[in-house]
Design a protein around this ligand. Structure first.
Ligand SMILES: Cc1cc2nc3c(=O)[nH]c(=O)nc-3n(C[C@H](O)[C@H](O)[C@H](O)COP(=O)(O)OP(=O)(O)OC[C@H]3O[C@@H](n4cnc5c(N)ncnc54)[C@H](O)[C@@H]3O)c2cc1C
Length: 308
């Protein structure tokens, strides 16, 4: 994998809630995966304090994680997960485009990732962890079973980079629907998509996360209003895909008796863990969709900082 310093080459404020950052560096000449990037995740190590120094990973080997974790927190910096929105340029001029959500105090104290993006300037440096062409890295969860059926892509603003990247890389004959919830109407971004995939943006205008998305998705699935259960137990690290289960469920097993495929539906649902948990309950418990056809991913949890 690539584990190296890169530099901010361009900063663009896309909308009230999105900052686009282009990362450049000689190491990016080796960036790449076999096949489409889809929702490829990467990690950034940010300085512990704004303008502070970065940990060195020079000479890092397989044990880099343990030795990095062993360093004092103020030397380690902050590790945060993002998505490759796009790749620009080629060779040594390759740049990774990353769209980062910036939010105000109304949503809680901004974390170091949000604060870093909000003040990022050309020349700022971060450590990047990303796939190196020709070596295994992982980090792509979008994997509809073949033959492709009907897609359902759902997420809040933190998943807008992933859903937009997936939409742009789908085959032209893909069919399905995408629902994206953003904070305000001004955060709706242009995205190219196959004609057969209907893209719906909803905005919550100060209401709770998921409050616009939940009813839109239920209506699409033909389900009547299901109240969001306040008592619903939420795993902040929720990650349920056909190949991994944070709750320890047996993965890859046949669906429960009676589980059905709803016309070959493949659902990719990510964002705030409480919102994802609510939709998971509807799809798996109420509709009985086969677990092998769904990916539910908690990208963040309200009130919980990402571990680093
Ligand atoms: C696979 C994956 C891909 C991701 N891709 C992207 C991406 O491309 N762009 C992106 O912006 N995010 C993305 N995220 C989400 C991002 O990693 C989290 O939002 C992360 O918590 C941001 O770190 P932070 O330092 O800003 O906040 P943290 O220090 O983690 O949290 C501080 C506080 O801010 C709150 N918080 C965190 N994120 C938000 C938010 N978006 N809105 C409101 N409150 C928030 C937390 O609940 C907490 O109370 C991705 C996450 C995953 C797992």
């Amino acid at each position: 994998m690539i584990l190296d310093e890169v530099e901010v080459a361009r900063v663009t404020r896309l909308s009230p809630s999105f900052v686009r950052i282009e990362l450049a560096g000689a190491c990016l000449a080796e960036f790449g995966v076999d096949g489409p990037l889809y929702d490829q995740r990467i990690k950034l190590v940010l300085p512990f304090v704004p303008g502070g120094s970065l940990p060195s990973f020079a000479g890092a080997d397989e044990s880099w994680w343990a030795s990095w974790q062993a360093r004092p927190e103020e030397e380690r910096g902050h590790l945060r997960t993002y998505t490759v929105r796009a790749v620009a340029g080629v060779g040594a001029d390759t740049r990774l485009v990353v769209d980062i959500v910036v939010h105000g105090d109304a949503d809680g104290e901004p974390g170091p990732g949000c604060a870093w993006a909000a003040r990022a300037e050309v020349g700022d440096r971060v450590v990047l962890m990303a796939p190196r062409r020709g070596s295994a890295y992982g980090g792509i969860e979008f994997a509809p079973p073949a033959p492709a059926g009907r897609l359902l892509l759902v997420g809040d603003e933190t998943t807008v980079p992933a859903i937009c990247a997936i939409l742009e890389q789908l085959p032209a004959d893909a069919v399905g629907a995408a629902f994206l919830e953003v904070p305000t109407a001004a955060d709706v971004l242009p995205v190219a998509h196959p004609r057969g995939v209907e893209v719906s943006w909803v905005w919550r205008d100060g209401a709770d996360h998921g409050s616009a998305l939940h009813p839109a998705v239920l209506a699409h699935l033909g389900v009547g209003a299901v109240p969001v259960e306040e008592s619903l137990e939420v795993d902040p690290d929720l990650w349920e895909t056909p190949s991994y289960s944070s709750s320890g469920e047996t993965v890859g097993a046949a669906g429960a008796a009676g589980a059905h495929d709803r016309g070959g539906l493949y659902a990719w649902i990510a964002g705030e863990s409480g919102m994802v948990t609510g939709l998971r309950r509807v799809l798996v418990r109420d509709l009985g969709v086969d677990r092998r056809q769904v990916a539910f991913m908690g990208y963040w949890r309200r009130g919980v900082a990402m571990k680093s």
